[in-house]
Design a protein around this ligand. Structure first.
Ligand code: ADP
Ligand code: ZN
Length: 217
């Protein structure tokens, strides 16, 4: 048995963190915790709290740290993480990184790796504006590189595909600004701890398992 893997994926929106997270999950049998999906679920429930979350997400702003730390803290305390976890989209700010450090310390755990997924802004805007998402099952498509079999319809569950509010070009630009300002500084923090591994966000998909196995040793 290999030791537990505790991994953070850090990178700009649309860099392909989610794709890499799921490949690592399959390779090593470790669950993925995707804050974007958890927050979108809260929005879909239509509660007052969901409306507050939506007001940040649809503008491409970060949902307040207090809310996100609460959601993630609850998830991290569940019992299915003894083999480790892959955090996709968390932490995204210094207070969130401090929260994670506190949690790990309290439970006498350590991060093994922080994978920095890189992609330049032009490629990001192109990728996200061509992205279509299934609001029902969460499957993600790309109009050019991964179109659904039937136009506008999810292959997996038959629901109608949408362009997420925050995948509109002006909102994408704002997400990039927010990334530079709030999330990018975390690279230094993890660099100092010697945890950073680089993974290009435009690596050919079929060769990602091989790349990630190499990166993770
Ligand atoms: P991407 O990685 O492509 O930006 P996500 O689905 O991870 O897409 O995130 C979408 C939105 O969800 C973010 O723009 C932000 O509003 C919210 N969000 C996700 N994770 C966090 C987080 N850790 N802290 C604050 N907001 C978050
Ligand atoms: Zn679907």
């Amino acid at each position: 048995m290999r030791r537990p893997l505790r991994i953070v994926l850090l990178g700009p929106p649309g860099s392909g963190k989610g794709t890499q997270a799921h490949i690592i999950s399959e390779l090593y049998g470790v669950p993925v915790i995707t804050t974007g999906d958890m927050l979108r679920e809260a929005v879909a429930n239509g509660t007052e709290y969901g409306k507050i979350v939506d007001s940040y997400m649809s503008r491409g702003e970060l949902v307040p740290d207090k809310i996100v730390n609460g959601v993630v803290g609850e998830r991290l305390n569940r019992s299915d993480l003894e083999n480790g976890f892959i955090l996709d989209g968390f932490p995204r700010s210094t207070p969130q990184a401090e929260f994670l450090d506190g949690f790990l310390e309290e439970h006498d755990l350590k991060l093994e790796y922080v994978i920095h997924v890189t992609l330049d802004d032009e490629a990001i805007v192109k990728r996200l504006s061509n992205r279509r998402s299934c609001p029902n099952c969460g499957e993600v498509y790309h109009l050019v590189s991964k179109p659904p079999k039937k136009e506008g319809v999810c292959d997996k569950c038959g629901s109608e595909l949408i362009l997420r509010d925050d995948d509109r070009p002006d909102v994408i630009r704002n997400r990039l600004v927010v990334y530079r300002e709030k999330t990018q500084p975390l690279l230094d923090r993890y660099m100092e701890k010697g945890l950073i591994k680089e993974a290009p966000g435009d690596h050919p998909m079929e060769r990602l398992p091989e790349l990630l196995k190499r990166v993770l040793g």
